[in-house]
Design a protein around this ligand. Structure first.
Ligand code: S3P
Length: 424
């Protein structure tokens, strides 16, 4: 994909469904009794991997454009898949489904693509083993493929070292099957989509500060789930709206759950002109966002806000490269174990575009305000890297070529079409 500087960015864009919430809807819909309707479901490659895993365990899932119907079979209705389960590129599928598989009356092998097979799984293997699970890394490297032999589980109080919604959710899903109460305490609060959806499906879940408590219950009940637009996808148009001279964009249907929407706080603190319109609540809070071109300034981003914008840090780097002054990002070592090492990849490619950026152990320091120039960017098959540099291209001189640009199908299949429409 070759992109050029944008001289115009105006119009409206409706953001596709939230990836995290779409995954959870498939999982809970499969474990619930009865038929769950999921509207605005994200038909991106990652969520399709989750559908594939549950279909292979005997769940009938009907797909039509924009929505799916899941014919759930209850907590004990999954059957042993014939063959290996493949989570593709999806960390959420791999880690969350492990919590469910740990309690099934059968054995499974769970794998994924080359990136998944490099990502750390000890973080879920440890708490699940403490609950009684029999889960091993086949290559003994704490990565997938994982061999999971279902076992009777018991509740634990797990103190997670990382603020990770994937870890928290894996333990809570296992907790649905455990004898006794399951608690997870995290260092700071990570996205709470699992807790919200579990409650909607009838589970007994309570949250106090950074601790979530789940009491076992014999059943989940089918629901109608309306998936909000994905703030992580909206983030690219928020940045484009702020950065392209004269831009004004209305981004419709965006999830603004505070455990997830740190980018909105940060963008406003940097001087971004963002207006919330039509704020509403449909299980999760949502709004339309009106974003206007703004002069940004650097800030420090650290501490408890980091988990609420962890996936947006690559695009925040692009915003910081255009901001006046210095932006410091700390406490974000998790960036190293995402779909790519997002500290290294952002530092290398943004430097190549002319930005003054230095990587640190747990983040980066960006001295903004230097003009960017186009160059060759390797997405490293990381969707968020590809989309971040597609936005950088809009403000860079010359031509930016993105290798592996198709990887956007993971979370936003129509990304380039929407971007093209707004810039032409
Ligand atoms: C996700 C949680 C986050 C995020 C990932 C999706 C989820 O990962 O980076 O893209 O759906 O729970 P961690 O839990 O590892 O921080």
């Amino acid at each position: 994909m070759i992109l050029h500087k944008a001289h115009h960015l105006k119009g409206e864009v409706t953001i596709p469904g939230d990836k995290s919430i779409s995954h959870r809807a498939v999982m809970l819909g499969s474990l619930a009794q009865g038929t769950t309707l999921v509207t605005n479901f994200l038909q991106g490659a990652d969520c399709l991997s989750t559908i594939d895993c549950f279909s292979r365990m005997g769940i009938a899932i009907e797909k039509t454009p924009g929505q799916i119907l899941i014919h759930g079979k209850g907590l004990h209705g999954l059957r042993k898949p014939d063959g290996i389960l493949d989570a593709g590129n999806s960390g959420t599928t791999t880690r969350l489904i492990s919590g469910i598989l740990a309690a099934q009356p059968f054995e499974t092998t769970l794998t994924g693509d080359a990136s998944i097979r490099r990502r750390p799984m000890r973080r879920i293997m440890e708490p699940l083993s403490m609950m009684g699970a029999d889960i091993t890394s086949i290559n003994a490297n704490d990565c997938a493929p994982l061999h999971i032999k279902g076992a009777p589980l018991h509740g634990i109080h797990y103190h997670s070292k990382v603020a990770s919604a994937q870890v928290k959710s894996a333990v809570l899903l296992a907790g649905l099957y455990a004898d006794g109460i399951t608690k997870v305490t995290e260092p700071t609060v990570s996205r709470n989509h699992s807790e919200i959806m579990l409650r909607c499906f009838g589970a007994k879940v309570q949250t106090e500060d950074t601790t979530v408590t789940l009491s076992p219950d014999p059943a989940l009940y089918c629901q109608e789930v309306c998936v909000p637009g994905d703030i992580s996808s909206a983030a690219y148009f928020i940045a484009a709206g702020l950065l392209v001279p004269g831009a004004e964009v209305l981004i419709q249907n965006v999830g603004i759950n505070p455990t997830r929407a740190g980018i909105l706080k940060v963008a406003r603190e940097m001087g971004g002109d963002i207006t919330y319109l039509n704020v509403r609540q449909e299980g999760e809070p949502m709004a339309d966002l009106l974003v206007r071109n703004s002069a940004l300034h650097g800030i420090t981003i650290e501490g408890a806000i980091i988990p609420t914008l962890i996936d947006e840090l690559p695009i925040i780097n692009i915003m910081a490269s255009c901001a006046k002054g210095t932006t410091i990002i700390r406490d974000a070592a998790e960036l190293k174990v995402k779909e790519s090492n997002r500290i290294d990849v952002m530092v290398n490619h943004l430097s190549a575009m002319g930005c003054d950026i230095t990587g640190t152990e747990d983040g980066m320091i960006i001295n903004g305000g230097k003009s960017l120039h186009g160059t060759l960017i390797d997405s490293h098959m990381d969707h968020r890297i590809a989309m971040s540099f597609a936005i950088a291209a809009l403000i860079a001189d010359g031509e930016t070529e993105i290798l592996g640009s198709d990887v956007v199908t993971i979370s936003y299949p129509d990304f380039y079409e929407d971007l093209h429409r707004l810039t032409h």
